[in-house]
Design a protein around this ligand. Structure first.
Ligand SMILES: Cc1cc2nc3c(=O)[nH]c(=O)nc-3n(C[C@H](O)[C@H](O)[C@H](O)COP(=O)(O)O)c2cc1C
Length: 190
């Protein structure tokens, strides 16, 4: 395996020369993957009064029949271990107004955050999310230094119209404004 990649200095964020050899492939990989813009979600669970949450942008819809979603976490993630231990969790797709919640569950615990917590049927979630998927633990698969967590969606809800979306791109938050004309759901919302 060739541990080198040649990229434009500007792209790699390095200041020396026009072209540089980048030895740290993982860093380059992260850098380039950062161009794959995503939404931002928080996976949230509660067990014995103890809440655990984790901000993720690795969220993907995995299957329609059955309804499955997946996200990836570091193998050593303490939050992921607690969420898996609880066995059920909510996945909250965040709006731009919930940026402080994203920061909170990405480790910036010092912020004073109004989480707007809701509770029902052993699930805990955030009011004001653009979508909430209620999941039961389906499977955990190995994935290098990460683990791939599959959740079976047992319930789901969201507002009729999508609020400003919180996005993540090139290591920074961004905002996507809703369409001037909302796309109708055409289904009865719970
Ligand atoms: C926008 C954003 C997306 C993130 N996505 C992931 C992710 O998909 N998987 C992950 O393990 N960590 C992700 N993180 C980092 C975790 O949220 C953060 O490291 C958290 O504090 C981990 O908690 P832990 O130490 O209990 O694992 C993300 C952080 C941010 C700000």
């Amino acid at each position: 395996m060739r541990p080198f990649a040649t990229v434009k200095a500007a792209d790699a964020g390095l200041r020396v020369g026009r072209f540089v050899e980048v030895q740290d492939q993982a860093r380059l990989y992260r850098r380039l993957f950062g161009r794959f813009a995503t939404g931002v979600a928080v996976v949230l669970a509660e067990e014995n009064g103890e809440m655990s949450g984790l901000t993720v942008n690795s969220l993907t819809s995995a299957s329609l029949d059955p309804l499955l979603l997946l996200f990836c976490t570091r193998k050593e993630s303490r939050s992921a271990a607690a969420i898996l231990g609880a066995g059920r969790f909510s996945v909250n797709v965040l709006s731009a107004r919930q940026r402080n919640i994203a920061n909170y569950f990405a480790g910036q615990r010092e912020e004073h955050v109004n989480l707007g917590l809701q509770r029902e049927n052993g699930f805990v979630w955030f009011a004001g999310s653009n979508a909430v998927f209620f999941c039961e633990r389906e499977a955990v698969h190995p994935g290098g230094d990460h683990q791939i967590i599959l959740g079976r969606v047992v319930d789901l809800r969201g507002p009729e119209g999508c609020d400003q979306m919180l996005l993540y791109h090139e290591g920074q938050y961004a905002v996507l404004n809703p369409r001037a004309q909302a796309i109708p759901m055409e289904i009865e919302l719970p």
